[in-house]
Design a protein around this ligand. Structure first.
Ligand SMILES: Nc1nc2c(ncn2[C@@H]2O[C@H](COP(=O)(O)OP(=O)(O)OP(=O)(O)O)[C@@H](O)[C@H]2O)c(=O)[nH]1
Ligand SMILES: [Mg+2]
Length: 230
């Protein structure tokens, strides 16, 4: 840190509405547990897809669906502040898609997922991808009831986004380091990003991917345990 830089760190209890926040997180956890039970009872596997704005979440989900749809009955819940752009893209793969628009909120929550699940025929599904709103901070705090988290970052966000947003990576099963086709142009080393993730979460599989060239997509699928064959 430069000697010209001063740091102010907020301490516990200093942030406005802290009690309200604790209540919200507790209620979210209760609903997430309910969602998880409901999915398990129906035999449906659910995967959270989270990461920064524009990192390639929708592109990666689409690429995986294209490979998985012959062996899995798949649906997608798409979270975005507004628009149906992502759900329209996914729907072109021929799978049912529900768009959840969060309005002013920067993340999905378990209550919104409960509402989406109400509209789905779970007995006719094997797998649900849930794309969260592009954000590296808020979604980490709101479990939704899924089984595991796939975090998607990309080299176009620069070399420091893992170090700056550690919370997002702590519970990740798989981290895709996307857009590696642009790594040289960006001057960003994907191995450095992998090493940063490994220091935070040694259990996460970090996989360089490109949705442009198809690099790494099969490995992401394998690392998520989606190995069903016909
Ligand atoms: N060169 C390159 N472009 C990519 C790659 N993956 C995605 N893109 C492009 O990056 C842009 C954003 O991709 P999306 O898949 O929409 O990203 P996202 O994370 O879903 O974005 P939000 O939902 O808006 O947060 C699109 O123009 C994609 O075509 C990749 O691996 N390489
Ligand atoms: Mg998207």
């Amino acid at each position: 840190m430069s000697k010209n830089t001063e740091v102010i760190t907020s301490s516990e209890g200093e942030v406005f509405d802290v009690e309200l926040e604790v209540d919200i997180l507790r209620e979210n956890q209760r609903l997430a547990d309910e969602n998880k039970k409901r999915l398990q009872t129906s035999g449906v596997d659910a995967i959270d897809v989270m990461g920064s704005v524009g990192s390639g979440k929708t592109s990666l989900i689409k690429a995986m669906i294209s490979k998985l749809k012959k062996n899995y009955r798949i649906a997608v819940i798409e979270g975005d502040v507004t628009t149906t752009i992502d759900s329209d893209l996914i729907a072109s793969e021929g799978v049912p898609t529900i768009q959840v628009n969060t309005g002013k909120e920067c993340h999905l929550d378990a209550n919104l997922i409960r509402k989406a699940l109400d509209r789905m025929s779970l007995d006719r599904l094997d797998l649900i991808f849930i794309e969260n709103v592009g954000n590296l901070i808020c979604p980490a705090e709101f479990p939704l009831g899924s089984d595991r988290r796939l975090v998607v970052i990309s080299v176009t966000e620069g070399p420091y986004m893992v170090l700056k947003h550690p919370m997002m990576f702590l519970d990740a099963r798989v981290v895709a380091i996307n857009k590696v086709d642009l790594a040289a142009a960006m001057g960003v080393d994907p191995n450095k990003l992998s090493a940063d993730v490994a220091r935070l979460n040694s259990k996460a599989a970090t996989i360089p991917t490109s949705c442009r060239t198809g690099t790494g997509i099969d490995e992401v699928i394998r690392s998520l345990g989606l190995t069903r064959t016909p």
